[in-house]
Design a protein. Structure first.
Length: 262
């Protein structure tokens, strides 16, 4: 049976007519759960491109960035792959007054930590992300990472977390290691390779996907890359918001498939 899923009507707006941050924070609140909850936030064009000219900004919009900021404001930790950190020019997460009371009530710090996943540690540790964050940046790598690069990361002030054997980082272990440090509300912003690893490992709980009303053609990456799963995993549509042709969707997998930190 087919049905038209209703588009969620988010009526609460601020003085400029935009969706209020409080309304968005309520709409995107993390579920109450004992274990970690890993959500992804990605944007895609109608023809499946996750980037244009190597970056996501050209296919985004102001409301997408507002939701982007809200998701960060709710998270304990933002997880990103090394290539995304390099391409998108990642900086430390900042404290935002709009989320201060909500974060304090949830027992969270003033801003989420940034966690960078990198097997090679081919990163510029002189950047502000590592030397001057409000919350120390975490670097998740394998046990076989180059010792000199581990030392450089620690000297810069980053916390190095071993989350795999050899040069490989285990995505399921990333989730567990972060949860063990009290970082239960997890948000990944990609890139596509890292998201593909989380999907293949079966540890992604929720996908917040902005569908951009654009066509770009070309050979841009999809939102998730890497080896295909033997059997596609089905997610359920949880909510949809719409503005100016952009669809802000949220998909969750059922409670019977949710992973645990054990």
């Amino acid at each position: 049976m087919r049905r038209l899923f209703p588009v969620t009507d988010l009526t609460s707006t601020d003085d400029e007519g935009e969706w209020s941050l409080d309304a968005l924070a309520d709409a995107y609140a993390y579920p109450e759960a004992d274990g970690p909850w890993l959500r992804a936030n990605m944007v895609s064009t109608l023809d499946g491109a996750a980037q244009h000219d190597g970056r996501s900004q050209p296919i985004s919009c102001a409301s997408d960035m507002r939701i982007f900021g809200t998701l960060r404001g709710l998270a304990d930790v933002v997880v990103a792959g090394a290539e995304t950190v390099r391409q998108e020019g990642y900086r430390p997460a900042r404290a935002r007054e709009a989320f201060a009371a909500r974060r304090a009530a949830a027992g969270q710090g003033p801003a989420p930590a940034i966690a960078v996943v990198s097997g090679s540690l081919d990163l510029d540790f002189s950047l502000p992300l590592f030397v001057s964050p409000l919350v120390p940046t975490l670097v998740l790598t394998g046990a076989g990472a180059p010792p000199g690069r581990i030392t450089a990361a620690r000297d810069a002030g980053a916390e190095v977390v071993i989350a795999g054997e050899g040069s490989r980082v285990d995505p399921a272990r990333v989730v567990r290691e972060l949860a063990d440090r009290g970082l239960r509300r997890q948000l990944t912003e990609g890139g596509p390779r890292l998201l593909g690893q989380f999907v293949a490992a079966g540890v992604l709980d929720e996908l917040c996907l902005t569908v951009s009303p654009m066509l770009t053609a070309g050979d841009a990456q999809r939102i998730a890359g890497g080896p295909a799963m033997a059997v596609p995993e089905r997610f359920a549509l949880a909510s949809v918001l719409e503005e100016s042709g952009f669809l802000f969707t949220r998909y969750r997998r059922g409670p019977h498939t949710a992973h645990s930190a054990a």
